[in-house]
Design a protein around this ligand. Structure first.
Ligand code: CA
Length: 233
């Protein structure tokens, strides 16, 4: 099955910066098109249909702000991130006021830009999702449809089994569950494997989601019983 890549348009007149951004976004799995001016961006935008636009503020001809307001007037779903130069604090505010989702101050770490793109795409994605597909508890959220788990807004990659365990916990917050109950709920009643598989998976989940896995605060051990997900209580 072909993977649908997120299309990103990078509008920046400084070739070295533009290529550096494009290269890093490509490596991160995005489909990228470059434009050295707003005029060029407007020429390719109808065909390329970007989901994300990275716009430098200072551009020859039509500037980044003007392009931003135009793109926003055409699409409320596009993620728009402005690039501003160091010290231009007013640029950030102006950019956000005219509809940018975020801004980055140059020079920046490309990994930071990728993180911002993903965080903003998620926000838009969240609004569109039917509610029942998303369960949240304290600072955690699971998206059943996409099989994704988030804590503090950041995605944490879980294996399908780990995800199934978290989903089961989310449906039973503040409830002490025995290892046998967990095994039945996650693996099904016909599973006759070692009960230790529950402990192994819980330990792996803790290593991924707990601040201090040796002192777990999210999945608590209930001595002599099993485990409990700390909920609102
Ligand atoms: Ca520039």
């Amino acid at each position: 099955m072909d993977e649908i890549k997120t299309r990103v348009l990078v509008v920046e007149d400084e070739a070295s910066i533009r290529r550096f951004i494009a290269l890093n976004l490509n490596r991160a799995g995005f489909e990228v098109m470059e434009a050295e001016s707003s005029e060029m961006a407007l020429e390719i935008i109808n065909e390329f249909k970007p989901m994300v636009a990275i716009l430098d503020v200072m551009l020859p001809g039509i500037d980044g702000f003007t392009l931003c307001s135009y793109l926003r007037s055409k699409s409320s779903n596009m993620v728009i991130i402005m690039l501003t130069a160091k010290g231009q604090d007013t640029d950030k505010i102006s950019g956000l006021e005219i509809g940018a989702d975020d801004y980055m101050v140059k020079p920046f770490n490309p990994m930071e830009l990728i993180a911002r793109i993903n965080a903003n795409l998620r926000k838009i994605h969240n609004v569109r999702k039917p509610l029942e597909q998303r369960l949240s508890l304290l600072d955690m959220e699971i998206d059943k449809d996409a099989q994704r788990f988030y804590r503090k807004g950041e995605e944490i990659e879980l294996t399908p089994t780990e995800f199934a365990i978290m989903e089961m916990f989310f449906q039973n917050p503040d409830k002490a569950l025995s290892r046998h109950e967990i095994l039945d709920l996650v693996w099904g009643k016909n599973y006759f494997g070692d009960i230790k598989i529950v402990d192994v998976n819980v330990r792996r989940i803790r290593e991924k989601i707990e601040d201090d896995p040796s002192n777990p605060k999210i999945i608590e051990t209930v001595w002599g019983v099993g485990y409990r997900l700390r909920g609102e209580k």
